[in-house]
Write a protein that binds this ligand. Sequence first.
Ligand code: SF4
Length: 209
Amino acid sequence: MKSEVQDLVDRGVVLPLMEEFYTIQGEGFHKGTAAYFIRLGGCDVGCHWCDVKESWNAKLHPPTLIENMVENACQYSKIAVITGGEPLMYNMFPLTEMLKDRGLNTHIETSGAHQLTGIWDWICLSPKKRKLPTDEVYTVANELKVIVFNKDDFRFAEEQAARVNKDCILYLQPEWGRREKMSPLIVDYVMKNPRWKVSLQTHKYLNIP
Ligand code: SF4
C-alpha cells in the first residue's frame, strides 16, 4: 500500500529536495542573472558524465513541503529555477502554480524525458541520448541545450534541433570535464553553423554553486 508521504509526492505537494540556493544562473539564455535554484532529487536518465549523481536516488532527499520552497524563494528572487535530478519525474503543477501566485517567474532545466507538467516562463530542454524527450516538450522549449561530451554529440545536436519549435534558441555546451578538448570544436562548429550559440557553465568559472 502506498505510504502517506508517497501519496503527497505523487500529488506534487511534497517533493524530495536536494538543495536550494540563491545564485547566478550560469548557463544558457539567462546566464548572468540572479535566481533562486530548487534542486529536486530523483533522476532515471543515467548520463555517465552527470555532475550531480548524488541527485539520482530520490530517497536520499527529504520530502519537503512545496510551501517551504516557495517561501524561501520569495525571500531572494523573482526567478525560481527548478532543476535536478529530473524535475519532470514529479507533478510540477502545484509548485509552479504557487510560485506564479507569488509573482515569481518559473524556469525549468529538464531532459524532457518525462511528461511535461507545470506552468513555465522558460523551458531549458537538455535532451539526453539515453532517454529522449517526449514529443510535447520539443514544441514548447525556449532553449535547446546540448551537452557536448564527444564528437557524436554534434550529430545528436542537429537531430534534436530538427525536432524543436522555430523560436527555440540553440546552444552547445561543453561537458565540464571535457571542456579543454571540446570547447575548440564547439567554437569552430558555431562559426560554421551560426544558428547555434556557445553556452558555458560560467558559474563554475566563477566558483559559485
Ligand atoms: S538527466 Fe541530468 S541529472 Fe539526470 S543523469 Fe543526466 S545529467 Fe544527471
